[in-house]
Design a protein around this ligand. Structure first.
Ligand SMILES: [Zn+2]
Length: 197
């Protein structure tokens, strides 16, 4: 084995690519060649330094990249899940309270129950697809809830308010507050940057 082949084998040995026969021949050569012995020692220490050297610090570009691609995390999105969950909760309670009234004898009560059931459906739809549903739901839902709550309050002040209506309307008001909070936050899908080819 000549020195050139011996040095190639030194590298291969460090990379774990030399077999035992080659390693034995390398050892034979190095034992009788001071230059290759020094070369192998240098190579081994270099290899060790490179292997244990800490990785160079890489700047964290996450925020910059997300901002550039239009998918920056928005602080205002925080709590969005809780609001949507709250809306579902409101819808379920409203549904359960209003359903029996739908089968009551009174036409007036049945109509009120229909409004409340429609509201419950609206709340669920808003919770499921806020980006799609909110803009259409808010005007209808807000006027309906404000009028119903106002009429119930007027009735209560005149002394013939119904406890069930007070409860369902209060819940509906809570739902509308949640819907408006959802509207105030960034509920819309992140804008996608289209790059023309
Ligand atoms: Zn040599």
């Amino acid at each position: 084995m000549d020195c050139t082949n011996a040095r190639i084998l030194c590298s291969a040995a460090l990379d774990g690519e030399a077999d035992t026969r080659e390693l034995a021949r390398l050892d034979d050569h190095v034992a009788g060649c001071a230059a290759c012995r020094a070369y192998r020692t240098d190579l081994e220490s270099l290899h060790r330094v490179v292997r244990i050297a800490p990785a160079p610090p890489v700047p964290d570009l996450t925020a910059a990249i997300l901002a550039a691609t239009g998918t920056a995390p928005d602080r205002r999105r925080g709590g969005l899940g809780a609001l949507r969950l709250g809306l579902v909760g409101v819808a379920v309670v409203l549904f359960l309270l209003s359903l029996p009234s739908l089968f009551s004898g009174s036409e007036h009560t049945q109509h009120l129950a229909s409004f409340d059931l429609a509201l419950a459906a609206g709340f669920v739809w808003v919770a499921a697809r806020p980006a799609r549903a909110l803009s259409g739901f808010l005007p209808i839902g807000t006027v309906l809830v404000l009028l119903c709550a106002g009429l119930a309050l007027a009735d209560a002040l005149r002394g013939y308010g119904e406890p069930l209506r007070a409860v369902t309307h209060s819940i509906a008001v809570l739902g509308m507050i949640a819907a408006w909070l959802l509207e105030a936050r960034a509920h819309r899908a992140p804008t996608t940057t289209v790059i023309a080819a």
